[in-house]
Write a protein of this length. Structure first.
Length: 329
């Protein structure tokens, strides 16, 4: 992988560790985490990219408003889905269906047509998501600690969570198509897009202010922690949040750069690896129930994703060159 891809994976791994630790203590803290990430990236971009507002954007600002409206909606809906009885592994696996949504909207909006292998890969991803979703539904419905009335209520909230994830998946795919069309028309400006995608949504967080303030108070009441090297003492949840913001910045900056410097295959492979790493971290950290059926569904998702990227065709020439390499004496 190219250096940017490696840095993205490293940033994702560190970000995930800090995010999982925060979520374990405060499951509803997604909004304050997202707000902190947006604020940090917006301030950094305002200083170094927008030159304190003196630099005009290369892409008209009205297009960024449309893009960030989609981006903000997807982020908030995905966060709230975790409060609707959606387990973290299912949340991650379900979002792996972005290929399905992108292909469907590409056919509808861009009138694209694909090869048989592409349709086969999408069928595998769909089958994997259906398998994991169905098994998770059985786990929710068969929770023995709940009576029949409470169990039905939990299951209905779970269905609402699935609907929220589906909406976010389609909205994210539509945003990707919109962004692709903008880059073709105005050129690729990764740093500018990074700044406006995080600065323009900030007023929208006013709608979430009570939730953000509530978790800020909870964070301040967490146990004290002495930061290594500098010796500063602060609540441990604020330390987790700070580390998450920094690693998220490294990660998202790398992703935006990848879209302009690397091939789409490299970007897709990095995203696929991110999903796999996130899934494994979540299972190990939260000790969520993960049956053989879940593993089978996960295998379908990732095999279908790799088939979609045609990674096998790219590996063929590499393996052929490796086999022809002269043996060392």
């Amino acid at each position: 992988l190219e250096p940017n891809a490696v840095s993205v994976l490293r940033g994702i791994a560190l970000m995930l560790v800090f995010f999982l630790r925060a979520c374990r203590q405060f499951p509803g803290c997604g909004n304050i985490v997202t707000f902190s990430q947006f604020l940090f990236i917006a301030v950094e971009g305002f200083i170094f990219e927008a030159n304190f507002g003196r630099k005009r954007p290369a892409i008209p600002i009205r297009y960024y408003f449309i893009m960030v409206a989609m981006f903000f909606t997807v982020s908030v809906v995905n966060n709230y889905a975790l409060n609707l009885n959606i387990a973290m592994p299912l949340h991650m696996i379900f979002r792996s269906g972005s290929l399905i949504a992108s292909m469907a909207l590409g056919i509808i909006i861009l009138k694209k047509r694909y090869s048989i292998s592409k349709y086969t890969s999408i069928a595998l991803v769909s089958l994997g998501i259906f398998t994991c979703t169905f098994m998770s539904a059985k786990q929710v419905a068969s929770d023995s600690s709940l009576n029949e009335e409470d169990g039905l209520q939990v299951f209905l909230w779970w269905l609402l969570g699935i609907a929220a994830l589906t909406f976010a998946l389609l909205m994210s795919a539509r945003m990707g198509i919109f962004q692709e069309m903008l880059y073709k028309q105005f050129g690729k400006h990764s740093k500018e897009a990074l700044f406006y995608n995080h600065a323009l949504p900030l007023p929208g967080f006013l709608l979430l202010a009570p939730n953000i303030y509530h978790h800020a108070v909870l964070f301040s009441q967490s146990e004290p922690f002495q930061v290594p090297v500098i010796g500063l003492t602060l609540p441990i949840m604020w330390f987790y949040l700070l580390m998450n913001v920094i690693t998220q910045y490294v990660c998202i900056r790398g992703v935006f750069i990848l879209t302009t410097e690397c091939t789409s295959l490299t970007v897709t492979l990095v995203v696929t690896l991110r999903k796999f790493v996130s899934l494994i971290f979540s299972i190990l950290y939260f000790r969520n129930p993960f049956t053989a059926w879940h593993w089978l569904g996960t295998a379908f998702v990732f095999v279908g994703t790799l088939m979609y990227t045609e990674v096998w065709n790219s590996l063929g020439p590499f393996l052929a060159r490796w086999r022809k390499r002269p043996k060392e004496e």
